[in-house]
Write a protein that binds this ligand. Sequence first.
Ligand code: SF4
Ligand code: SF4
Length: 246
Amino acid sequence: MSKGMQPKDFAELYDKFQANVSRYDCGRFCAPLNGGTPICCSTQHAVPVVEKTEFALLKTRSDLWHRFKPYDATTKKIVSELASSCCAIECKGAMFCERDNRTLACRAFPFYPYINREGEFIGIGTYWIYEDRCWLMSNMQVVERDFLEEFIAAYEFCFAKDPAEFETMKQHSATHRRTFTRLKRPIFLIAREGGFLKVLPGGKGIVKVAREDLPRIGIYKSERSYAKAVKEAGGTLPEQSVMANS
Ligand code: SF4
Ligand code: SF4
């Protein structure tokens, strides 16, 4: 029986997975909607969940992280439903980020390993509940090749050490398909060999798509809709255009 990922395995994984997701500092685009803090670095939006063994490693390297204290009914539910091998943690905040001591979740966000019906790890999908706030999910064309390769190597390493994690991601992918079939929407993926895929709803197959055909979502559809959302949130527009090309 597998013992799962141990602290030394997370240390090895951190060494393997260091690439920047893109040449953009994507937090500049979502932070103006969230009081100046990137959405994924704020427990008001996303509570980091880690294996207890990962937290054990982090505590030997830094005082950046502490146990997360639930602050409302939703976060109490998140914490109460965690598997016994996991815990919810919180960092000191984006101003204090330590690049080498980011969790696997920090490094991978907003992506997860997508497993198809046949059980093959064919690419990377997104945590769709953040699609209305996360700029990167509307701009998957900017993801760098190095990031993609390191992401895949990191999760293959993780799955080899901890088959239960593979099952969790397989279930998550199935939930993604069910949810999007109900919504009659396709799922867009970055293929593991590069390029993009579209998973058609209702199990109607998977087709290749060009980067120009990737969707922009909600407020990220235009400069205008983004500027309106930033204004409503009381934020300041970034200098760089929100419509990235490559
Ligand atoms: S990954 Fe998404 S939510 Fe996180 S900083 Fe980038 S744009 Fe914001
Ligand atoms: S460690 Fe860095 S990347 Fe991770 S949540 Fe904290 S500020 Fe964000």
